[in-house]
Design a protein around this ligand. Structure first.
Ligand code: ADP
Ligand code: MG
Length: 581
């Protein structure tokens, strides 16, 4: 249990050593400071109320250590803190706050009421401050803990108000802060109401519990747990490849239980999705990193949002590796993750749950594909197909293939299907260790790609890796590379585009060979696969379907999108209002 430590006014030298700056910009920043104080006070329960976007009222009540009665006025004075005493303490700081500025800054621009009781004391005390001036103080009935009420925020600072967004936006930004803090402190019970409506409630448990409480029902379906212990430990949960979003804002980064912004780590997460989700889309979830305090500098940003690592590269790699491991283990996309929206509107009513998209084996249809065509190459031994054998019927003008499988009708995305076939083929080839097994094809015309000296020398460094994957690619002058051979599988690709893309996506950070192989395979497959709109004659259609059936995990493309849609007999009967058989 944390006892209330005495609050001291920091000496000017210590105050000066602390990164200065305005921390109170909007209601959300007030909420953040108040909740962080509650956490620093060892609270096990924090109740939050937001009204009028936080401009009317923000209330944070905790059951923490409380503030000693004699310290009440000091608490709202600038540079008064119980958390550090000398400048050196800053480097060891374990608490979320330490600048002793927040309450003073908030009190200066609002009407603030502080009611508190320390565990040992008989009664509580309260202090009322308006625009930085003490209005009153006195005894008050209070349970152990602290209750801070901030009303009329910025009412006397019209300049500040002008920079705020709508009440709804400010309110939801504040709720977001509460949710983020609930995740950084999963063992604490959090509740939060916004204009009287309960918007957040965590039970106080593990990180997993808190993430699920905050994200809600989607979490169960979307999230993959991260679990990489070590000197740089990575935990949390990120969305599986089918659940990407348009912006990065759904990704929460936590470092040593602090919410942080860190471009490099965001990039590390993004990078691990590369090849798994469409370009420009992002995963969401929570990535939590634990490093030893010595490897971290938190005193970079006044609101403590930025952190600096002594070895950022190592942290980057650890995050990327952890994400990649989780993503690779992602189960194939379930039918519920994919809404065949076009179907729902027409005369046919096909509910999402009716449609077997992926990984759903229909026992009566499943049988092993005998006709493994010669050019498919080796397969992962023992991996069973999850698709029934299919007979091609034709290709819709839009590009989709139509097939039957027993009494089911199957629609196939030819690009996604071919991509997956090629991807698995490449991986299988690269796993056969003999060098020639990679299967390389010399280009009639070598391609030269200008890429600048940095990238060119990176390509040179990677020469061995590429040649083991079937590329012959070398530096060609100071700022260009030349490619003279590509993997057999890439024979259908435009080599110039492929090599340019490959260089573009060279990692700056060292992922494991296995990760890089997967990514390279996805890239090559994407380039070499038939385009979605390409016309395929019926022989090519059938060959592709056979290959897909023989491919483990053939129900999704390497990026996790579905490659097939199976309308089984029962579904069709339901749709056509025919009695079930
Ligand atoms: P800092 O958190 O940087 O120390 P603040 O201005 O946020 O500065 O708070 C000043 C001091 O008031 C803290 O150091 C702490 O001693 C006390 N305090 C503020 N909020 C609480 C709380 N909820 N419970 C206990 N003590 C608190
Ligand atoms: Mg504080």
């Amino acid at each position: 249990m944390i006892a209330a430590a005495p609050i001291r006014k920091l000496a000017q030298v210590v105050a000066d050593a602390i990164a200065a700056g305005e921390v109170i910009e909007r209601p959300a920043s007030v909420l953040k400071e108040l909740v962080e104080n509650a956490l620093d006070a060892g609270a096990s329960r924090i109740d939050i109320a937001i009204e009028g976007g936080g401009l009317v009222r923000i209330l944070v009540a905790d059951d923490g250590a409380g503030i000693a009665e004699d310290d009440l006025e000091l608490a709202v004075e600038r540079h008064a803190t119980s958390k550090i005493a000398v400048a050196d303490d800053i480097t060891r700081v374990q608490t979320l706050g330490f600048r002793g500025e927040a309450l003073a800054s908030i009190a200066a621009v609002s009407e603030l009421r502080l009611t508190t009781r320390t565990r040992g004391s008989a009664g509580g005390a309260t202090l009322h401050v308006r625009s930085g001036h003490v209005v009153s103080r006195g005894a008050a009935a209070s349970g152990p803990g602290t209750r801070v009420e901030v009303c009329e925020l910025f009412a006397t600072s019209p300049a500040r108000l002008r920079f705020l967004r709508s009440v709804a936006t400010e309110g939801s930004a504040a709720v977001r802060v509460a949710a983020d803090l609930a995740i950084t402190h999963p063992e604490v019970v959090f509740t939060c109401t916004n204009d009287g409506r309960m918007v957040l409630r965590t039970a106080g448990g593990t990180l997993r519990d808190a993430i699920r409480a905050v994200i809600g029902a989607r979490a169960e379906r979307d999230l993959l747990d991260l679990d990489a212990p070590g000197s740089i430990a990575v935990g949390g949960a990120i969305s599986s490849p089918h659940a990407h979003r348009a912006s990065r804002s759904g990704l929460v980064l936590i470092v040593n239980r602090r919410l942080v912004h860190n471009r490099a780590l965001l990039a590390a997460v993004d990078e691990s999705y590369r090849g798994l989700i469409p370009g420009g889309r992002h995963g969401y979830g929570v990535v939590s990193v634990e490093v030893s305090g010595a490897a971290l500098d938190v005193n970079v940003h006044p609101a403590k949002r930025e952190v600096r690592f002594s070895d950022e590269r190592a942290v980057f790699s650890a995050v990327q590796r952890a994400c990649w491991v989780a993503l690779r283990a992602a189960p194939a996309l379930g039918a519920s993750g994919y809404a065949p929206s076009g179907f729902a509107n027409g005369g046919l009513e096909v509910r999402e749950s009716d449609v077997a998209v992926v990984g759903q084996v229909m026992p009566q249809l499943t049988h092993n594909a005998g006709g493994l065509s010669a050019d498919v190459g080796a397969r992962t031994p023992g991996a069973a197909s999850t698709l029934p054998a299919m007979d091609a019927l034709g290709q819709a003008a839009s590009g989709f293939l139509v097939a039957t499988a027993g009494d089911a009708v199957v629609l196939v995305d030819p690009h996604a299907a071919h991509e997956k076939v090629l991807y698995m083929e490449l991986l299988a080839r690269w796993h056969q260790h003999a060098p020639e097994a990679s299967g390389s094809q010399l280009l009639l015309m070598p391609v030269v790609v200008e890429c600048g000296p940095d990238r060119a020398s990176r390509v040179a460094d990677e020469h061995d890796f590429f040649s083991r994957c079937g590329f012959t690619i070398e530096q060609f002058g100071p700022g260009a590379v030349r490619c003279t051979a590509v993997p057999l599988t890439a024979a259908g690709a435009d080599p110039e585009l492929l090599v340019a893309d490959l260089i573009e996506r060279l990692d700056d950070h060292d992922a494991g060979t296995e990760d890089r192989r997967h990514r390279l395979a996805a890239l090559v497959a994407c380039h070499a696969a038939v385009r979605f709109g390409d016309r395929l004659d019926v022989v090519a259609q059938q060959r592709l379907l056979d290959q897909l059936v023989a491919t483990p995990g053939g129900t999704t493309c390497p990026h996790g999108r579905p490659s097939v849609l199976i309308l089984d007999d029962a579904t069709l009967r339901r749709a056509f209002r025919r009695p079930a058989r």
